[in-house]
Design a protein. Structure first.
Length: 245
């Protein structure tokens, strides 16, 4: 398994986005560079949230590099989830403009905390909202992970640059997901406050042969006892399809 920090996160390169703006295609190119560095012609890609959109881009535009896909807690490529700025992705069977926005509770939390100091405790509070109220939230585990993230980040504020990506819509993002040939599993929580379940259903409906797995009680983060292991099993379950196809 290979994991890496996207640009502007962790210990990866920090980018001057005013001089060198980047988009989703650049994040996808970074992933390909990681595969190239490891001498891998293709890989089973597992991506969550924005990472799931990066994986969709690669499966559409670089299909030979993608042997299988597991897409978690994500939305159709080309859909801008910003309130009031939702866009259609060409080739989707349902109009992505009809996909629901983030939940009122999540939006209210963002509004209520706007301007608060950034840090581990602010992120723990955000993760608690993103977890939802159905499954228990393992706050100590979330805090420990976030402490590691903040400690290893060269510039924690740089991660905010990723929020600009949705505004840079180009023809590459509007390519239809129906061209994806990689065996695909879509995993989505029925309590996701950022991308409600209809987003995962839209992704699965757009990709030929994709399997949709709805996880009861799961939100947009994975800090509930037993949940990481369950998701790992779902990712590993894609392996037979990967080897056969």
């Amino acid at each position: 398994m290979i994991r890496f920090d996207h640009r502007d996160t962790g210990r990866s390169s920090i980018v001057d986005v005013d001089r060198h703006p980047y988009g989703l295609a650049d994040l996808a190119a970074d992933a390909l560079a990681v595969l190239d560095a490891h001498g891998l012609p293709s890989a089973h890609l597992a991506g969550a949230s924005m990472g799931g959109v990066v994986a969709q881009w690669l499966a559409v535009h670089r299909p030979a590099r993608v042997s299988a896909l597991t897409l978690l807690s994500t939305t159709p490529m080309g859909h801008d989830p910003g309130p009031g700025r939702q866009r259609a992705a060409a080739g989707q069977p349902a109009d992505p403009a009809d996909l629901p926005p983030p939940t009122p509770r999540f939006l209210r939390h963002l509004a209520d905390t706007d301007g608060d100091p950034a840090g581990v405790e602010a992120d723990v509070a955000l993760f608690k909202v993103m977890n939802g109220d159905v499954r228990p939230f393992d706050e100590p585990a979330a805090r420990a992970m976030l402490q590691r993230c903040w400690a290893r980040a060269t510039d924690p504020a740089a991660a905010a640059h990723h929020h600009l990506i949705g505004a840079r819509m180009g023809p590459d993002l509007l390519a239809p997901l129906s061209t994806i040939t990689a065996p695909t599993t879509v995993v989505h929580g029925d309590q996701d406050p950022i991308f409600p379940p209809a987003h995962g259903a839209a992704v699965a409906a757009a990709i030929p042969g994709a399997r949709l797995h709805i996880v009861p009680g799961m939100g947009h983060v994975y800090f509930s006892p037993g949940l990481p292991e369950h998701l790992a099993d779902l990712i590993a379950a894609q392996a037979p399809a990967e080897s056969s196809g």
